[in-house]
Write a protein that binds this ligand. Sequence first.
Ligand code: ADP
Length: 626
Amino acid sequence: MATPPSTDESWVLEPVRNTPKHFFFRMGLALILGFFIWKLKLDYVESYLYDLRVALRPQTEQALHTAAILIDPNTVAEHRGLPSAEDHAKVLSLLNSARPKAVVYVFNPKDLEGTDSQKRQFVGETRKFEQFYFVTNDLEMKGEEGKLRLPPPYESIRVFPGPKNTDTTIFAKDGVTRRMMLSYQEQILLHPYLAQQFNREIVDLTKVRGHFEFLDSLQTYINFMPKGRVPTFSFSQIESGQLDTSQFTDKIIFIGQDLGTSTKDYITTPYSRDIVAMTTTEMHANMVETLIKNNAPIRAPDWLNLVFTLLISLITVHVVLTLRPLRGLIILGASLLVFTVFSYFSFWPFGVWISMAHPFLAIFLCYYFFIPYRLIIENRRSWEYYQKHRLLQQVEELKTNFIGMMSHDLKTPLARIQGMTEIILKDETPISSPQREAIDTIQQSSRDLLNFINTILNYARIESQGIELNLQSKDINELLKEVVKKHEFLAKLKHIQINLELEPLFSMPVDADLLKQVFSNLVENAIKYSPENSKVLISSEEVNEKIVIQVADQGIGIPSDELSNIFMKFFRSKNAKSSPIKGSGLGLYLAKYFVELHNGSIFVESTPGQGSTFTVELPIKMETRR
Ligand code: ADP
């Protein structure tokens, strides 16, 4: 069963309306949403994304100016406890021979064990260094300079503030160390002080890359190297004297602990959140190395973050509301990818940290915020479509019923009229010639009317239920001859000569009734739309596995701008409408439909004023449309 194809395109759901008013309203909403997203505190996620970039960048750098000496479990095992002040004195004297730039104790020397004389011996060794410091987390406020002092006998050791800045209560609050302090209340801290001795550029702290002010301090981010990039030695290894200490010449040596017993000896880094991810000692070395190389990451300004967030909000809202869902998702995914790649390559190799959390959140929030909005609108629209469709269906049903009813009710009285005229004509009683003419006209008109009703009935039938082919093996030429015979009378009235040029054909399976209707329509049109004393040529032949039937006339022709419409239902050309020639405008629509049911095609060539040629092509091996 085949039904005519639907040409109603209003059923395709369209994106939401896009008038300038709607556009600006939506974009305004997107900007407001983007602005509020930008206002959110997302330090935790932002720092996590930063850490990812740190961990995923290729890192080949080594520490060149620092080294770490650690009191490790090995040292404790050898000393059966922590090394004493005397042991420290011995190590310092060994180091001293290498003339390091500076020695920094990461733990408090006052906690060293030993007798007073051993402690004094230790202090004596510390004095032999040009620079010897104990780095503390404590800070001196302005006016309190010199407050940080060690008790005797350590008072000669300079206590230098150089705190570790772990995000426990501020920023990411995730316990990771990412930042360092350069100065506090304009007093320089240990790390820049040491680094300046290698890199004169940063004598002016505002030349430190990525510096920013926070409360009373100047800070920057530590450009961490992965764990193990700072040359590290065991305390006992040095003490044994087996190590060549010349490698410490001109270096800054940090001496600390790696016992795994106290969390203050360790930090978590962007590389790892393991609680023993890196020793505090190595962290100090990383801080100084960052400053010497002056390669701290720069955090992109917040306004740039705002720009990206707003831009992404705008794109997302636009995409969600105006594109088809799958395409929208692809475009959003692509924007996300481009932004991620851009952020990654800004960080490596350029060391610029572009905030990603806000733009990411903007994509998700705008998406989830506006999708329901779109759904509501689409829902409403499909409801409207549904209502319209139902109404159309009802109208269509009414129309079909009406046509059916009308046609049947008309056919019965018409059949009676035809019956009566035949009785009169068969009757022997002589009638006058005007009477005979009147009866002939009645007969012809009722035949026309019946034809018309049958066409309408056919149309109503295929519109409501389609048509099933009733295939029988037939010779197309026979069908053509039958059709011509049926129209001979009409042709004779207009003195039109019908010529047949039929090539012999094999029989093929066709629906004879339907094809007869097709050919009838073509022949009837050829006669209808041709002047008197013209010719109509009907031909058939086999070309390339196809039967080609042509009906050519010398009639009024069809204007070229109307050629594409003549197979549409109820279409009648301007010529036809203005002429007294009657017609429903359904004949060619049905003809095309019937020919296509046979998998064939029908087309027309025409020159106005000269004539038209209709061509029907039927495949010999037909696979019917079902
Ligand atoms: P109608 O019942 O009006 O003939 P058709 O569907 O058969 O309806 O034809 C549609 C229109 O195509 C006609 O109204 C007429 O304008 C044009 N047409 C069809 N056949 C011819 C022809 N042989 N010569 C000129 N115009 C034609």
